[in-house]
Write a protein that binds this ligand. Structure first.
Ligand code: F6P
Length: 375
C-alpha cells in the first residue's frame, strides 16, 4: 500500500440523494484504511477549472451520511464546453493544470451520463480517473443501478399513493409527471409500485386515443378515476417519429448547413414538447369527458435525505472506489453488479444510455396487471 496519496473528488451534473454518503464512503475508507488525503473541488468541473477547493478531512466527512444534495456543490458545466466570458471554451487544459499543480494521484468524479463522458475526456488528457454512477434517472450504462434512483422512486411512489385518494374522491383523471430525462425507469418503477392505471415512458411512444380508451373502459367498469404516470420524456407516436427522423438525419449530415437545419428541427420539436403533460391532460379531458388534473413532481424528487438502499449503495461504491484508488486501477467506473461491484472501463460507459428494453420484467408485470402503456 502506497501511503500519503492525494486524491481529488468532485460531484457533477444534477444533484442526487446519496452523493454525500458516497463522499463519506470514499473519504472514510480512503483516510482510515489507505492513508490517503482528499481534496474536494467545488461545483463540479467548474471548481476544477477554477481551482476552488475544500479539504475533505474527518470533520468534513462526519455527519453527512443522511444529508441530501452534495456538500461539494455541483454544476452541469462540461470541461470542453465551459461558459467563460459569454463564450463556450474548451477548458480541459486548465483542469489538467489544476490536477498537476496539486500533484494529485487521481481524481474521482461522481455523476451521471454527462459526467462519465467528461471524465473520459480528462482521462484522455492523462489524468488518473475513477467515476461513480449517480442519478435519479438510473440511465447510466453498465451498472445495475445508480444511487439516487431508489430515493426518487420512493418519493414518486408516495406521490402516486397520495394522488389516488384525491382522484378517487373527485372522480378525476390525474396525470403525474415524473423525472427521468430520456428514459422511463422512474415513471415505470413508481407507476408499477404505486398502481398507476396508465404509464407513459419515452421508450414506448403513446397514442392518446388508446389512453383515452383505457380510461373509458375503467369508467365503464365502475372505476371513476384514473392515475396516469407520465415520464417527462414520454412522446406521442407522431412526435417520436419526427424526433427519430431528425436525429437520424443529424447523425448523417455531412455539412454544417444540413447539421444546423436538423438542429433547428430538433429545437422546434423540443418546443412542441414543452408542457406536453399539461397538453395531454387537456386532450384526455376532451377525449374522455372526465375532469382531469396534472401534478408535476419536479425537483421534489431530487431533494432530501437518501433512502436506506441509496445510503447502502453509495457507501458500497464509495468504499470500493477507495480500494480501487489504492490498487491504482484507474480509467474505470465503479459499477454495481448484483451484491458486488465491477470496475468498468470508462470507454464502455461514456456516451451510452441505459434504456428500458422492450422485454424488461417491469414492463411485463405492468401489462400483466392490466396497466395501459399507451401503445
Ligand atoms: O438527471 C437528473 C434530472 O433530474 C432529470 O431527471 C431531469 O431531466 C434533469 O435532471 C433536470 O435538470 P436540471 O437540474 O438541469 O434542471
Amino acid at each position: 500500500m502506497k501511503t500519503g496519496r492525494l486524491v481529488g473528488v468532485l460531484t457533477a451534473g444534477g444533484d442526487s440523494p446519496g452523493l454525500n454518503a458516497a463522499l463519506r464512503g470514499i473519504g472514510k475508507a480512503g483516510l482510515g484504511q489507505y492513508d490517503m488525503k482528499l481534496v474536494g473541488f467545488l461545483d463540479g468541473y467548474r471548481g476544477l477549472m477554477q481551482n476552488r477547493t475544500i479539504r475533505l478531512d474527518e470533520k468534513q466527512l462526519s455527519g453527512i451520511l443522511t444529508r441530501g444534495g452534495t456538500i461539494l456543490g455541483t454544476s452541469r458545466d462540461k470541461p470542453h464546453k465551459m461558459p467563460v466570458g459569454g463564450e463556450y471554451l474548451d477548458m480541459t487544459d486548465a483542469m489538467l493544470d489544476t490536477y498537476q499543480n496539486h500533484h494529485l494521484d487521481a481524481l474521482v468524479c461522481l455523476g451521471g451520463g454527462g459526467t462519465q463522458k467528461s471524465a473520459l475526456r480528462l482521462k484522455n488528457k492523462g489524468m488518473n480517473i475513477i467515476t461513480l454512477p449517480k442519478t435519479i434517472d438510473n440511465d447510466v450504462a453498465m451498472t445495475d443501478v445508480t444511487f439516487g434512483f431508489d430515493t426518487a422512486l420512493g418519493i414518486a411512489t408516495e406521490a402516486i399513493d397520495r394522488l389516488h385518494s384525491t382522484a378517487h374522491s373527485h372522480h378525476r383523471i390525474i396525470l403525474v409527471e415524473i423525472m427521468g430525462h430520456n428514459t422511463g425507469w422512474l415513471a415505470l418503477g413508481a407507476g408499477v409500485a404505486g398502481g398507476a392505471d396508465v404509464i407513459l415512458i419515452p421508450e414506448i411512444p403513446y397514442d392518446e386515443e388508446k389512453i383515452a380508451e383505457a380510461i373509458l373502459q375503467r369508467s365503464r367498469g365502475g372505476k371513476r378515476f384514473s392515475i396516469v404516470a407520465v415520464s417527462e420524456g414520454a412522446m406521442s407516436v407522431d412526435i417520436a417519429a419526427r424526433w427519430q427522423k431528425a436525429h437520424e438525419k443529424l447523425s448523417k449530415a455531412d455539412n454544417k448547413k444540413d447539421r444546423e437545419a436538423e438542429k433547428e428541427k430538433i429545437l422546434s420539436l423540443e418546443l412542441e414538447r414543452t408542457d406536453s403533460t399539461t397538453k395531454l391532460t387537456q386532450r384526455l379531458e376532451i377525449l374522455t369527458g372526465l375532469e382531469s388534473r396534472v401534478t408535476i413532481l419536479g425537483y421534489l424528487q431530487r431533494g432530501g435525505a437518501p433512502s436506506a438502499a441509496d445510503r447502502l449503495l453509495a457507501t458500497r461504491l464509495g468504499t470500493a472506489c477507495a480500494r480501487l484508488l489504492d490498487e491504482e486501477k484507474y480509467g474505470v467506473m465503479v459499477a454495481s453488479r448484483g451484491d458486488g461491484i465491477m470496475a468498468v472501463p470508462l470507454e464502455e460507459v461514456a456516451g451510452k444510455r441505459k434504456v428500458i428494453p422492450s422485454d424488461h420484467p417491469w414492463l411485463e408485470s405492468a401489462r400483466a396487471v392490466g396497466t395501459c402503456l399507451g401503445d
